[in-house]
Write a protein that binds this ligand. Sequence first.
Ligand SMILES: Nc1ncnc2c1ncn2[C@@H]1O[C@H](COP(=O)(O)OP(=O)(O)OP(=O)(O)O)[C@@H](O)[C@H]1O
Length: 612
Amino acid sequence: MQVVGLTTPQEVFVASKERKFRINEILVIDDPHQGPLIGEVVEANSYNRFIPLSINHDFVDARVIESLERLGYSISEDEINIARVKLRNEANFPITTGAKVHLPEFSEVKDLLVRSTPQEGLALGEIKNTEETADTMDENLKGLFYVYTKGEKKKTKNVPFLLDLKSFQQYPHIGIFGGSGSGKSYGLRVIMEELMLKEVPAIILDPHYEMDFSSKEEDLKGAPDFKSAFKKFQIGEDIGVEFLALGKRDLLDLLSAVKPLTEAMSSAVEILHRRGDTLLSFSSRLELLAEALELGRLRIEKMLQQDIELQEREKYKKMKELLEEYPNIPLVSVQGIAWRLRRLQASGLFNHNIKPVKEALLQGKLAVIQGPIWLLQVFSTYLLANLYRARRDYKDGELRGNASGEYFPPFVIATDEAHNFAPKGYDAPSKGIITEIAQEGRKYGVFLVLATQRPTLLDETVTAQLNTKIIFRTVRGHDIATITEETDIGAEEAKRLPYLPSGDAFVSSPLFGRTVAIRVRLPYTKSPHTLNPFEEIKNYRQKAQDRLLDLLEVHLPIYETNLLKVIQALNAEAPDLKLEVRTLKESLENLVKNGKLKKEDTPFGAMYYGQT
Ligand SMILES: Nc1ncnc2c1ncn2[C@@H]1O[C@H](COP(=O)(O)OP(=O)(O)OP(=O)(O)O)[C@@H](O)[C@H]1O
């Protein structure tokens, strides 16, 4: 391999007769005057004598060809591989044409590729096209995980990509971008697994109910078990909001998450909600005020003049007071608020608190928060604000020299569909707290991992704070433009973004000082939804058939004339099947069709019998 053509201090062409180049490969150029210089292949091509004229003029021009010929290559006879190589650091002057080039030993590029250890770093995947260099790598870095390529699960043979945990202090937040099916969810799963392995407290908001880590991916020898490293919480079932602790803002956010509030409703909430209100005191105030507004002052006064029971009298007195206290609130607003509150109440939100999540974090676990997106958005606002406050209070206390406050650990917050939680251009309940954490979380050790299909729709302040960006296949022009603006991804990588295979990504991080092309490792666990829906239908049918066959076995052979008796017996044994003559006949015919039973016509009608 040697340098050919016109060179600059930033870029050279390298040619080889023997070796095909691969994009992102690292090469060492032995410049006789400047010593070894490290570069990365950004474009690769091969030419042979059958297509000598098909040279792409953008890439290799006539001067390169001339130089190849001068260096002894015969364009018309040899196959020639040419790579455009960008230097890692600019050279002092243009590189000498003809300089030899070699593939690096691991020790030559160690600092460039590996910035952590398997103990301290999150092993996210492998650095692409580094097999040869990996041969000379330290043993403790070899084969750290599995990758899935070309339909096979294999131990990695490349250099691992390790994201150092300690570097979070300096570069705290991670963005994961990529279109549908590009490998984002796998990437997020891998990060979560790595955090669990390191026992880093973390929360993941899971609107798709896919973040379960109990089923293992098959055939991965030595895969860790995560069953006790995470806890799943359903909003309204296991966790919720303590009404007493709600501020006006929290309450407004919660109510408007059910359905946006009108201005009149918002100001009514501001007036009606009192400090120290319980759910009961607030909702009875609403219901009573609504009743009072419906009755009107005159009718209430009339009732009070009548001879009524003490309890009734108290109620009307209260209604009158409420009307006097809140003379300007319209009935529709009160009804609107009461309806929203009832809806929240029905979701079970107010029956629980966030203590279980705090406990999980204190135990160094991953807390998976599940719920429908509308509830998740608003609950997460409350949850994140509370947890962040707990951490901040503890840390501020420590800084003030008062370390006696209740300990609360640093933690990571992760979510997919991040553009719903911190959208650009409009307000969402959770936007405030996410922006605050994006800007200040570093000080307190609270870190974000935000994944989205649409980086363009993510709030710009938040995007700007995501120091490490993992970018999967992206097809939309707008999103590619946002990504190029927000990262150090170069024109070459941007051009490749629409074609990246699922699971391949570019990592842009100040820690590495260059974009690293990686293949995300295969997760050790799989999502409960990984089954293809059509497989699911097939499996379901198969299971149902097998079960029926089992049940039928003792009744075989079955005569058509005798179906009723068989049905009675089957329904007693398996009432959930709810069999009728018609459905059993259909099932029997199906079993015959699938070769599980045989059928014979007899003088008494059809007879179904087993295979043996
Ligand atoms: N690291 C990987 N190794 C092997 N296969 C992968 C990897 N990442 C993704 N894939 C394959 O690509 C598919 C899609 O990946 P994934 O579910 O992560 O996409 P996604 O970007 O989250 O898409 P969506 O946003 O639509 O959910 C996976 O089902 C898997 O088959």
